[in-house]
Design a protein around this ligand. Structure first.
Ligand code: B12
Ligand code: SF4
Length: 510
């Protein structure tokens, strides 16, 4: 069967579609992949998840889908409007069954079934393969686990299947660029090595332009279930199944060697695992030995406070860890209880930060994530977080997020219950860095601007903060929020134009 897979993400790593593609190919299907990062819209509108693809892009996608038997689309919740539009437009032009998969179809299958013919809930490898096989044989996929659909015989909601236990069974992500396409500006072009190289260039935070980053994962699943995260949903969806699974080191090293044989210029590896150091000391040592010997290039990884032992840090540094990101989110015990992050405390964070500071050289600058604008938090909760981060040894960078209620998560339901969101107001469409303008937010920003801690402490003196966060002052400051957002949006657009403008121009007349 000929299957076309579409990924709308800005990042054309798109592990999901690449892995699905390899899996289908290994099982005898023909796959074409189309990556649709809407860079042109980013350069003009910033992060605008509502903006749909223009007609000329739809036309080109339709042409690429012509003659194919099945079209698969991957989508996170933010892309629901964009992909609904694309699906409807393609359907107007050609008759092709369309299956949706990814995070949004997993958390909101009913809603997705109003748009797509088939919806995949949860992991897609075996489900998509069985769906393709059934359609090829002309059989109704009534027993294909994970697949939901509606036809003249009614609606079929198949149960979820056990997640793949042995991740080594999954073939490596498909980087066979021969039949892969990418949207640049308004043109969809065949993906060449040149384009791939440009698209993976130092684009994540604090990377340099000469960093050419290959992204992959060692594990699937997370041992935690923070209330704002997809893992709080997976915990229920997959209850009774083992969620945290780890590939063998041999398999992981083999994947990186394979990609670097094909594209030797990849000079950084980014492990996107939820907690890279959740492996045991022995596993990490084995990884280190193999990685140093056979790969030997700097890598990035996310760590959690639970894995902050000095021993693990030393092993990882020795292996080549050169950048890391750690979620703080909040230092208020009240908030951490609400987030189901009781494992997190100021003491554990300080211990991790000091360990990082001791083990890594001075130029190693960890990133700490903080969630702002939690409507349940009091001023004191927020001050606890601010004062806590001021105790961290420098250097570090704070990544400041605004709390976003993603459908399906525990916090999404709490927010509806408490009347904070309606559940249908698409509150998740905001970009998760899209903060408003408030006094305390400003103080958090000052932490990143190398303003002396003493001054920030002084500015966060409680009586003063109470006045600055009082309703009248807040109201006055909120008047500046639109301006602040416009300035931020302009910054994003400018950065995107600088990053991709010349590149799109270079390819636009090809
Ligand atoms: C890596 C990652 C990223 C990367 C890369 C994304 C990419 N292009 O691949 C980066 C850092 C760029 C990123 C960005 C964002 N991310 Co992100 N990201 C992740 C992360 C950690 C892993 C995703 C992944 O690759 N998993 C591995 C693959 C193999 O698994 P998978 O994606 O689930 O795919 C499987 C199934 O879903 C299914 N499937 C997927 N697609 C399809 C398609 C078909 C046809 C079928 C049948 C099946 C199917 O089969 C796959 C294989 O089993 C997840 C957290 C998580 N644990 O899932 C968050 C996550 C997906 N991100 C999230 C969010 C919100 C974002 C942002 C929107 C945040 C923002 N800035 O506002 C941005 C948007 C990016 C953009 N503008 O394009 C949320 C999504 C929540 C939601 N309801 O949509 C998640 C779940 C984290 C969370 N908070 O819970 N992200
Ligand atoms: S530790 Fe991170 S990935 Fe794991 S559940 Fe919490 S937020 Fe999600």
């Amino acid at each position: 069967m000929k299957i076309l897979l579409i990924s709308p993400y800005l990042d054309i790593t798109s592990l999901s579609t690449r892995v699905l593609s390899s899996y289908l190919k290994a099982n005898g299907h023909y796959v074409r992949q189309v990556f649709l990062p809407d860079l042109e819209s980013m350069m003009v509108n910033g992060f605008d998840f509502v903006k749909c693809y223009p007609d000329e892009v739809v036309e080109q996608v339709t042409e690429l889908a012509d003659g194919f038997d099945l079209l698969g689309m991957s989508l996170m919740t933010n892309y629901f409007i964009k992909m609904s539009h694309l699906t409807r437009e393609i359907k107007k032009r050609i008759d092709i069954p369309i299956v949706w998969g990814g995070i949004h179809p997993t958390v909101a299958p009913e809603e997705c079934l109003n748009i797509a013919d088939y919806v995949c809930v949860g992991e897609g490898e075996a489900a998509l393969l069985e769906l393709a096989d059934s359609l090829q044989k002309g059989v109704r996929p009534a027993r294909v686990k994970n697949i939901w659909f509606r036809d003249e015989q009614g609606e079929c909601r198949n149960p979820v299947r056990e997640p793949i236990a042995d991740l080594d069974e999954i073939p490596f992500p498909d980087y066979d660029i021969e039949d892969q396409y990418v949207l640049l500006g308004k043109k969809i072009l065949p993906l060449s090595e040149d384009i791939l190289k440009e698209m993976v260039r130092g684009r994540i935070h604090f990377t340099e332009p000469h960093h050419l980053i290959y992204e992959t994962m060692w594990t699937r699943g997370c041992p935690h279930h923070c209330a704002y995260c997809i893992n709080s949903y997976y915990r229920n969806l997959y209850s009774g199944f083992k969620m945290v699974r780890r590939r063998s080191v041999d398999n992981l090293i083999e994947e990186i060697k394979t990609i670097r044989t094909r594209f030797p210029w990849f000079n950084r590896i980014n492990f996107m695992d939820d907690d890279f150091a959740s492996a045991s000391n022995d596993q990490l040592m084995y990884f280190r030995d193999r990685y140093k010997m056979e790969i030997n290039c700097p890598f990035y990884a996310l760590l959690s406070v639970l894995s902050s032992s000095e021993r693990k840090m030393s092993i990882l540094f020795d292996a080549g860890l050169r950048r890391t990101q750690v979620g703080i989110q909040s230092l208020s015990p009240f908030t951490n209880r609400m987030y189901r992050r009781d494992f997190f405390s100021r003491e554990k964070l300080l211990s991790l930060a000091r360990t990082v500071n001791r083990v890594f050289p001075p130029e190693f600058c960890p990133t700490f994530d903080v969630i702002l604008e939690n409507p349940w938090e009091s001023l004191d909760d927020r001050l606890l977080t601010l004062r806590g981060v001021l105790e961290l040894p420098r250097p570090f960078v704070l990544q400041l997020y605004t709390l976003t209620f993603y459908p399906g998560t525990e916090l999404f339901h709490k927010a509806i219950y408490d009347g904070i969101i309606s559940g249908t107001d698409a509150s998740y469409l905001k970009e998760n860095h899209d903060r408003g303008f408030s006094y305390l937010n400003l103080l958090f920003i000052l932490v990143n601007k190398s303003v002396p801690n003493r001054l920030i402490r002084f500015l966060s003196w409680r009586p003063f903060a109470v006045i600055m966060e009082s309703t009248p002052v807040k109201w006055v400051m909120s008047l500046f929020s639109p301006l602040y957002r416009i300035m931020k949006k302009r910054g994003v657009c400018r950065a995107q134009r600088k990053r991709f403008g010349w590149f799109i121009a270079k390819y636009s007349d090809k």
